[in-house]
Design a protein around this ligand. Structure first.
Ligand code: NOJ
Length: 549
C-alpha cells in the first residue's frame, strides 16, 4: 500500500478517538407515552448525553419495520417508523445533537430487508423466473420435488437458513425467516444502497454503522457448510473460505460505499465515517480497514474476553496492530444490544456460557457486586486505550442484564427459533430507568414494552446524579478526563506490575487494572481517578486506577 493511500484514514478527525454512545431507540426514552421509546424521547435526553460527554450517538435502526428483529428487519430505509416518530423528528434530533457538538451515526442494514419490504413483496407476487425475484436469493430446492432446502446452511437465529415459498422455490435468510437476504450481485441493490447513504447524509448523518458487514456475498455455487469444531470456530475462518461469511467479494462493495462517503464529504463539509459490524477472524479485520474501505470496525475479540489479564492483553495488542497497520484506530466496547450486559457477565464465574446461562442458570452463581466492580474497572481500562470507545445505553448506570424476564414477554426471534433453548437478547434491551419512581421509572408514562427489574429503581439516573461515587458520575469524570489527558497522549507502552494485572503508560498517564483477587501496590505517581475506594493506598482486587507523573 502506498504511503499516500495508507494515510487516507489518518488525518485527525472526530471518529478516531470518539466516545460513541449506542441508543437502542425502542428502549431509550418514551416521549409519547405508548410504552415504546421514540425519537422525541432521544431529543428529550440529549442533555444527559451532553453531560456524559459523548462525541457521537449511534442509533440502532429506527426505520419502518414489523420489529420482528428489533428493527433490523427494515421495510423502508428512507423513513422513520411511526412508533418512533417522523423524518422531521430525525432532522430535529440531528440539529439538536449537532448544536451540542454530538455527531449522529445511522445504522444501515444491507444484508437483508424485512419480508415486508416492497421488493420482497413484489418478488413473491411474481412468477418463478421473473426478474423482480433476482434482488433476493431465491433458488429451487433439492430432492425429487424440490422439497429439501438448496443446502445445509443454518440461520444465525436457528433452523434452516432457507424457507419455502408457496410456489415451491426457497429463499435464503441468514437470520430470521422475516429477513430475506438481498443478492448483492444485482445492480439495483447496489444502486439503492448508494442512494440510501446519500439520503441520510443529506439529512445530516455524520456516520454509519453497517450491520452484518461480513455478510452480503455468498459463494456462487452455494455449497454445503462444513462444520468442524464449534459453530463459532467454523464461522470465523482465517482464509475467507466460508461460503457466506467474510468472503473476499465483500470488499468491492465496501469500496463502492466509501466512494459515496468520500464524495459526499467534500460536498457537505463534514467528516463522515463508516464502522463495520464484522464478526471475523482477527487476522482478517485489517482487510476491512484499508484506506478505501471502512474507517473503523467493532472489536468483538476484546468484548468476548473473560476476566483474564493475558487474554485481554492479547486482544488489545491484536486490535492495536490491526488498526495501526492500516492507519485506522481501534475501537473498544463491552456491551451492545446483542450481548449480555457486562456488569452481569463479569459477575459470573469465568467461562460461564452467558448466552445460555440467561435461561438455564444456575442464577445463584451470579455475584452482582463483583460484576459491577469489574465493570467499573473495565470502563477505566477502555477509556484509557488509544482509539474510540463505544458505550451501550444504560452501562453508564451500571445496569445489569434482566436475565429473569418472564418468557411470555420475550420478543427476540432467537427465543422461538432456538426452540426455546436460548432466551435471547431482550435482557439487555429493557427500557432505561431515568427516575427512581413512576410506572416506567421515568422512561415514559405508560407500562414499558419490557418490564424493568426492581433493581433498576435504585440505579435510576436521578439517583446516581446525586451520588458522587455513583457509576454515572464515574463515567462523567472519566470521559471528561479522557478528553484532556488520554486523547492524543501517544502510543501505549506496557508496564509489568505482575501476573493478573494490566498496566500501561501513554505519555504522562498510567492506567492500572487489577484482575487478581488480591490488592496490589501502585506505581509511585499521582492518583487521578479510581474505579472504587482505595484500600490503604493499594489497588484492590477488581479495581482500576489512572495515575499521572
Ligand atoms: C446484528 C445486529 O446487531 C443484530 O441485532 C441483528 O439481529 C442482526 N445483525 C441481524 O440484522
Amino acid at each position: 500500500m502506498s504511503d499516500a493511500l495508507h494515510t487516507a484514514n489518518e488525518h485527525e478527525t472526530w471518529w478516531r478517538n470518539a466516545v460513541v454512545y449506542q441508543v437502542y431507540p425502542r428502549s431509550f426514552a418514551d416521549a409519547n407515552g405508548d410504552g415504546t421509546g421514540d425519537v422525541a424521547g432521544i431529543i428529550s435526553r440529549l442533555d444527559h448525553l451532553a453531560t456524559l460527554g459523548v462525541d457521537a450517538i449511534w442509533i440502532s435502526p429506527w426505520y419502518p419495520s414489523p420489529l420482528l428483529d428489533g428493527g433490523y428487519d427494515v421495510v423502508d430505509y428512507r423513513d422513520i417508523d411511526p412508533r418512533f416518530g417522523t423524518l422531521d423528528d430525525a432532522r430535529q434530533l440531528t440539529a439538536e445533537a449537532h448544536a451540542r457538538g454530538i455527531k449522529i451515526i445511522v445504522d444501515i442494514v444491507p444484508n437483508h430487508t424485512s419480508s415486508g419490504h416492497r421488493w420482497f413483496q413484489e418478488a413473491i407476487a411474481s412468477p418463478i423466473g421473473a426478474p423482480s425475484r433476482d434482488r433476493y436469493i431465491i433458488r429451487s430446492g433439492k430432492g425429487p420435488d424440490g422439497a429439501e432446502p438448496p443446502n445445509n446452511w443454518v440461520a444465525v437465529f436457528g433452523g434452516s437458513a432457507w424457507s419455502r415459498l408457496d410456489d415451491g422455490e426457497w429463499y435464503l435468510h441468514l437470520f430470521d425467516v422475516s429477513q430475506p437476504d438481498l443478492d448483492w450481485n444485482h445492480p439495483e441493490v447496489r444502486a439503492e444502497f448508494r442512494d440510501i447513504f446519500r439520503f441520510w447524509i443529506d439529512l445530516g448523518a455524520d456516520g454509519f454503522r453497517i450491520d452484518v458487514a461480513h455478510g452480503l456475498v455468498k459463494h456462487p455455487d452455494f455449497p454445503d457448510v462444513e462444520v468442524t469444531g464449534t459453530v463459532l470456530e467454523s464461522e470465523n475462518l482465517s482464509d475467507g473460505s466460508h461460503p457466506f461469511w467474510d468472503r473476499d467479494g465483500v470488499h468491492e462493495i465496501i469500496r463502492e460505499w466509501r466512494a459515496v462517503l468520500d464524495e459526499a464529504e467534500a460536498a457537505v463539509g463534514r467528516d463522515l465515517m463508516m464502522v463495520a459490524e464484522a464478526w471475523v477472524h482477527p487476522t482478517r479485520l485489517p482487510l476491512y480497514l484499508r484506506h478505501d474501505e471502512y474507517h473503523q470496525s467493532f472489536n468483538f475479540d476484546f468484548l468476548t474476553c473473560g476476566w483474564d489479564a493475558e487474554e485481554m492483553r492479547g486482544a488489545i495488542d491484536r486490535a492495536l496492530d490491526a488498526a495501526n497497520g492500516v492507519g485506522s484506530t481501534p475501537t473498544w466496547a463491552l456491551s451492545n444490544h446483542d450481548v449480555v450486559r457486562h456488569a452481569t457477565r463479569y459477575g459470573l464465574p469465568d467461562g460461564t456460557p452467558w448466552r445460555t446461562w440467561v435461561l438455564d442458570g444456575p442464577h445463584d452463581i451470579l455475584d452482582p457486586e463483583l460484576g459491577l466492580d469489574r465493570a467499573r474497572a473495565a470502563t477505566l481500562l477502555l477509556l484509557a486505550l488509544p482509539g474510540s470507545t463505544y458505550l451501550y445505553q444504560g452501562e453508564e448506570l451500571g445496569l445489569p442484564e434482566a436475565y429473569d424476564l418472564p418468557v411470555d414477554v420475550l420478543d427476540d426471534p432467537v427465543w422461538e427459533n432456538s426452540g426455546h433453548t436460548v432466551k435471547g437478547r431482550d435482557g439487555c434491551r429493557v427500557p432505561i430507568p431515568w427516575e427512581s419512581t413512576g410506572p416506567s421509572l421515568g422512561f415514559g408514562n405508560a407500562t414499558p414494552w419490557l418490564p424493568q427489574p426492581a433493581v433498576f429503581a435504585e440505579l435510576a439516573a436521578d439517583q446516581q446524579t446525586a451520588d458522587p461515587e455513583s457509576t454515572l458520575n464515574l463515567y462523567r469524570r472519566a470521559i471528561e478526563l479522557r478528553r484532556s489527558q488520554w486523547v492524543g497522549a501517544g502510543p501505549l507502552e506496557w508496564l509489568d506490575l505482575g501476573t493478573g494485572t494490566l498496566a500501561f503508560r501513554r505519555g504522562a498517564m498510567t492506567c492500572v487494572i487489577n484482575l487478581t483477587a488480591e490488592p496490589i501496590d501502585l506505581p509511585a505517581s499521582s492518583q487521578v481517578l479510581a474505579s472504587g475506594p482505595l484500600g490503604e493506598g493499594r489497588l484492590g482486587a477488581n479495581r482500576a486506577m489512572w495515575l499521572t507523573d
